[in-house]
Design a protein around this ligand. Structure first.
Ligand code: AMP
Length: 155
């Protein structure tokens, strides 16, 4: 059995509990309002309530998955297709100079809402919302060792 199947959609009572507690599930169910911009059979996109820049949008699968490790590939592709459409629409609608697509998995990565979502963020020169990522160099041989480890995991 793959990890994806083990972690898949919660079922029965567990599913009901998640849907009651998850803010994005509640948006999907229409229990709390959202500024929807796109809806397909499996995907919803709406404006982020606290935008980094105006027009900042979120694209989610309607079903609850916590992140990239448990969303099935089919739904991931459907979200990705919607992200592409939303990115183009947001860019045109806001006259953005650039677009960031961001997707966080886990608290350590900055994820606050534990329902898979991709951010589509319009960006403008000098908007002061840039990344403050610290770059760290590899030690001698470390990059190759990690390359090998990741390649093993990909088999
Ligand atoms: P993340 O930190 O990647 O989990 O981002 C969660 C995002 O969800 C944040 O940018 C929030 O502003 C946004 N958010 C939380 N609640 C709502 C809501 N009710 N409607 C729209 N966006 C929301």
């Amino acid at each position: 059995m793959t990890g994806e199947k083990k972690q898949g959609k919660p079922r029965g009572k567990a599913r009901e509990k998640v849907q009651e507690e998850c803010v994005f599930c509640r948006i999907v169910q229409g229990k709390i309002p959202s500024a929807k911009i796109l809806e397909t059979g499996s995907v919803l996109a709406f404006l982020d309530i606290a935008p980094i820049n105006k027009g900042h949008s979120l694209v989610i699968p309607k079903a609850h998955y916590s992140g990239i490790h448990d969303i099935p590939e089919k739904e991931f592709r459907e979200v990705a297709a919607a992200v592409k459409r939303v990115a183009s629409a947001v860019k045109r609608a806001t006259a953005a100079e650039g677009i960031n697509v961001l997707q966080a998995n886990g608290k350590a990565a900055g994820q606050e809402v534990m329902h898979f979502h991709a951010h589509v963020i319009p960006r403008f020169s000098g908007d002061n919302s840039g990344f403050k990522w610290q770059k760290r160099p590899y030690a001698e041989g470390e990059m190759q060792a990690l390359q090998g480890k990741i390649r093993v995991e990909l088999k």
